[in-house]
Ligand binder design. Sequence first.
Ligand code: PEP
Ligand code: MG
Length: 869
Amino acid sequence: MTKLVYFFEEGRSDEKELLGGKGANLAEMTNLGLPVPPGFTITTESCMNYLKTPSFFDSDLKDEILKAIDKLENQTGKSFTKNENLLLVSVRSGAASSMPGMMDTILNLGLNDSRVQSLAKLTSTAFAYDCYRRLLQMFGDVVYDINKEKYNLLLQKMEIQLDKQVDYFEVDEHQQLIEAYKQLYAENNIVFPQNPIDQLTEATKAVFKSWNNQRAKVYRELHDIPHHLGTAVNIQSMVFGNSGNTSGTGVVFTRNPATGENKMFGEFLINAQGEDVVAGIRTPEPIEVLNDILPEAYTDFVKYANILEKHYKDMQDIEFTIENGKLFILQTRNGKRTAKATLKTALDLVEEKLISKKEALLRVTPDTIDQLIHPIFDATKVENAPLLAQGLPASPGAATGEIVFTAEKAKEYHNLGKKVILVRQETSPEDIEGMIVSEAIVTSRGGMTSHAAVVARGMGTCCITGCEAFSVNEEAKTIICGDQKLTEGDIISVDGSAGNVYLGSIPTVIADNDQNLQVLLTWADEFATLKVRANAETPQDLATAMEFGATGIGLARTEHMFFGEERVLEMRRLILAKNEGEMKLALERLLAFQQDDFYQMFQTVQDKPLVIRLLDPPMHEFLPHETTEMEQLAKKLDKPASAIKKQIEQLQETNPMLGHRGCRLGITEPQIYQMQVEAIFNSVIQLTQEGHNIVPEIMIPLIAEESELTFLKDMLIDKIEAVFQQHEMEPISYEIGTMIELPRTCLIADQLAKNADFFSFGTNDLTQMTYGFSRDDIGKFINTYKEKDIITQDPFQTLDQNGVGELIKIAVQKARETKENILIGICGEVGGDPKSIPFFQKIGIDYVSCSPYRIPAARLAVAQASIES
Ligand code: PEP
Ligand code: MG
């Protein structure tokens, strides 16, 4: 016959499916020789049998439980039914996967009207009746569905009546309260079972049934836990930490969970119950003090804590109780800890030879690293902060500041020493200077790859996009959010990691430069096969990228180099040029700007690869939209405002993202790409002459046709050769590659590979074009999609492996059929996403490229992907 009940000493730690996590853990501790209060586990299979066929309980299970109780009485030398030497038990649920708080627990089972008096003699009146009261309450709630709050109301009523707290009740007053509780049962036509065996059978059935309560079902749906597993039930003898001055209870971490320091950290209370430590009514003592009060128990505890840490090879969070001088370990689990402690513990455990470097790397999650390099809100303060709105978590970090609505105001306030948060409907290249000085950026529109998101991530500035609850009026300088109205200068706090905006200020905790992080990342590099490059173009971003350990630059977006008033003016002059002269003037000026930029960029990255992407966005992105701005531009260009307005109107496109952009611009306006390669090679030549070894990589965006690539490649080569001739120099080696950003491009990757030196997947556009979701407007509906479970992840944030990923896979295979060793990278935002990286590892990508502040987490993620591949 199948075994339905396992004593802790019979179970094994790897039998989680059968015994549940808690049962397996209790078995493991018992088998390690730890003093665990004895008990047994009823299997998950029994639960499922009972739920399918309720008669199973009486026909098969009940006898086994009765036998187990007999054995437990023998083991403990106590009695579950007699009125002396009381055995009381706890009944707890415990599924294979932890489902915290989802199912039910009943403590102090076995108490009744007469046994409570025996317990009072053993402990105290207050404690004994407190246990009994709690039993009635939990039992009523779990077994008979009588709302817990009703008992609390009865207690409060009596405390008011007697004008004292329950701890000070006399025996008859306690009994009066118990009667009131029983009355509540009576009102529901129920009698509380006085027989401990009846209590146990009813409680076990109720815990089984709690597997199917609504919150447990929802939790399982949410965490992908199968519904057919069932919960185990753990029945364990209770020990009492409050049975006098040689008893007590405590909670201890084997290392400091805030700093990771290898020193026990925790506290205890003499003559107390577990809850008293947490409740904070009495102030607990630091654990070391236990050595002065109960030295034997302390020595035992230190011994067992060491055993547990060595066994689980991790910091443990241990609950213990001492009953009349004897120590019991009630629970152990891996201790929750801060990011800083996570790192220090992982490194120390390697040094102590408890785990390997690989294990250490797998223990740290990439988002832990994010917490170490960005400021975060003080967790104790954020709980009570009024949440104003939510948007997309576009760039991590936390900041507080005064609201401003324009880049100019941001600069003005910044110069006055104020901290500002730039709030706009969406940002554009003109806003760059204001964005740089802002503590955070919030836009009411836009997705995870909108201008604000991409630029903020590049700068490491905290940012929320698609904050739809904000109705932003930039002219009136107001935000309407529900029934609140915010104006310039109002203070808000922005959590870019969670996507939350709060009203008022919240203090932040600044991440310090953690040496341990450097060590961990060096280990990561030892195991990684995928390389990590950066998306960066400004000198500041490039320098940050190099500091964070980028192996090169995978994407330098040249349009970002036309930000700033002076440069955007020349770009506008070029776009609106009516004759050769105007065009020449603009191109000359732009050439000079770009040449300086490229020179600095190459100088920063030195001999590391630097991929420069030729101009990509549709022209309208460089042009003003407001009438006043158009008029100002007309003045600067010395042209009639009406003509400028008309020209701008003519340049408008119905679908700019599908319009005149990317390589299409290069074909129709060749002078722009020609100017760009001239600037690139002028600076390369200069640096080569200065003795540097530079290998430029030129990348063409948005290729859809093989002939687009051949046309542009020929054109670029002609220009590059001309530049070398001009300098009377032999050409040095360079590469010309293409982005893959369109579904069609994926399908013709074999043809393109003939003419491309490298490929890089622009997953932002590829996702946009594959899904048909506008990357700038997804913020409008993605949260609703997530709430309704239509989509679980924003595909601009985490790769859609089934669709976009499949296209990438096909393209990689096709490309390698033509050119086996062609270098292939990912430079869209999902390149820096730890959840997407294992897929890129699997399909044979060579590098991922992401914004500088995402590099540390990506370095860890690529190492993990390689270790687990
Ligand atoms: C992309 O489309 O993924 C990409 C990197 O290019 P951009 O975001 O500049 O369009
Ligand atoms: Mg793109």
